[in-house]
Ligand binder design. Structure first.
Ligand code: NAD
Length: 428
């Protein structure tokens, strides 16, 4: 049974947007499908609301509508597009509380983090609306002038992951529309609700067909990357899927933007204030239960402070309450879905097999209903172990020790994943 309301917080307004029913929008209209599916609340494993399951015909319909809308939207003056985008940001802010509760319900992150994501969502829209689209004059003589103009491309297919389903949707809608493009949003089947609701809300601010959504299963993403009527793919997700997206998009020479996985090293120098820095490192390693592309995923601590730093980190981790994100005082929620839970569990299964030393955690959360695992730090596993080389994307992190800068920089750089990296020291 799907919940009847999002934590009872849905406000009754004249222009009320329901947060208990969800649809996809094609050509400005809610389009039903014969089949439906639903997400699961990862903290309770309860079924959430039904959403459409589309096929190729729905995508064709959506692309046709988007191509039609592009003809006039691409010619709409920038200032007018910007005005509509800013009005949309205000609308998202107006429904902040509802979006935040919905986000926790479908994704699992605690309410305070969901609030931050929603705030960042409308702040990003506004920030992007503050940018201008420059024209570059690259040559100007008495007889010749050469200008580079950035013109609209066409239909953008937005493919969204399940870890930041709201922020990454607003982060794709705003730049596409400001630059005169139109967009079709495909949410993750694991976390479709915030993205579908954002597209529904957008119908009030943009002409029909300018912002559409397509809801369905795992087959929709590949259909989008192959579709000849989509001109660009903006993808955020895993590196493995990113490679498939690039390969598939190459068949129609689509442009692609790929925001992929990370395995971010944090290098902790011997001069740090341990009582200050260790809690920060623990926080950024375990935020969203390790399901952030930019989480600290390999912690390199100088050997002279290693033991003390590890104790401070584990002590802080023990204060981070794990549970249902809708409950008060929770810092870490569940894994978002069963597939991710099963994958992250394989790292926990490696603990006895690889004889890893566990500094804290190490197992399942007994008596929990949802996809919970204990926040875990592995004490100095081998540099070539899976926990160091791969992106677990869950609450399990290796602590490693280092002696010389040359050595630690080489180890930090020993990855094909480039995203973030940090050095922690008093000496800027
Ligand atoms: P995922 O790659 O499994 O799925 C992402 C999206 O791609 C989903 O909508 C999915 O339905 C779709 N998809 C799946 N197969 C596809 C295919 N063959 N063709 C086209 N689309 C397809 O990723 P996820 O598990 O949802 O997200 C977690 C990953 O995302 C992590 O690796 C994380 O680091 C990364 N991520 C990166 C950033 C960034 O900015 N770099 C931000 C957030 C998440």
């Amino acid at each position: 049974m799907a919940p009847s309301a999002t934590n009872g917080s849905t406000a009754h307004r004249e222009d009320n947007l329901s947060f208990t029913s969800f649809s996809q929008f094609i050509d400005g209209v809610a389009v039903k499908t014969p089949a439906s599916r639903h997400g699961i609340n990862p903290a309770t494993k309860e079924d959430l609301w039904e959403v459409p399951v589309s096929g190729a015909e729905h995508l064709d319909h959506g692309v046709d509508a988007a191509r039609k809308a592009f003809r006039s939207w691409s010619k709409t003056p920038f200032e007018q597009r910007k005005k509509a985008v800013l009005a949309y940001a205000d609308a998202v802010e107006k429904y902040k509380e509802e979006f935040s509760t919905l986000l926790t319900t479908e994704q699992g992150k605690p309410t305070w983090q969901a609030n931050l994501e929603v705030t960042a969502g409308y702040d990003w829209i506004r920030g992007m609306a503050g940018l201008t689209i420059p024209e570059d004059v690259v040559e100007e003589t008495e007889t010749k002038k050469t200008i580079v103009r950035y013109t609209p491309i066409g239909v953008v297919g937005a493919i969204i992951p399940w870890n930041f389903p709201l922020l990454l949707t607003t982060g794709k809608i705003a730049p596409a529309l400001l630059t005169g493009n139109v967009i079709i949003v495909k949410p993750s089947p694991f976390a479709p609700y915030c993205a579908l609701k954002l597209v529904e809300l957008a119908q009030r601010y943009f002409p029909k067909g300018v912002v559409g959504s397509i809801s369905g299963g795992d087959d929709i993403g590949p259909m989008m990357t192959e579709h000849p009527g989509i001109d660009k793919i903006s993808f955020t997700g895993s590196t493995t899927t990113g490679k498939l997206v690039m390969r598939s998009a190459s068949k129609t020479l689509k442009r692609v933007v790929l925001e992929l996985g990370g395995n971010d090293p944090a290098i902790v120098c011997p001069d740090v204030d341990i009582s200050r820095v260790a809690p920060m490192i623990a926080t950024y390693a375990f935020l969203n239960s390790g399901q952030v592309c930019l989480n600290l995923k390999r912690i390199y601590i100088h050997e002279s402070i290693y033991d003390e730093f590890l104790v401070a980190m584990t002590e802080h981790l023990k204060t981070m309450a794990v549970g249902n994100g809708l409950d008060k005082g929770i810092v870490l929620g569940p894994l978002q879905n069963s597939m991710q839970y099963d994958r992250v569990k394989t790292f926990f299964d490696d603990i006895p097999k690889e004889k890893w030393k566990v500094a804290v955690g190490g197992g399942k959360m007994e008596n929990s209903k949802g996809y919970f695992l204990q926040p875990t730090i592995i004490d100095r596993p081998a540099d070539d172990s899976r926990i160091v080389v791969e992106e677990p994307f869950g609450p399990i992190v290796p602590a490693l020790s280092w002696r010389t800068e040359e050595d630690v920089i080489a180890r930090a750089n020993d990855t094909r994943m480039g995203l973030g990296a940090s050095v922690w020291s008093k000496d800027l």
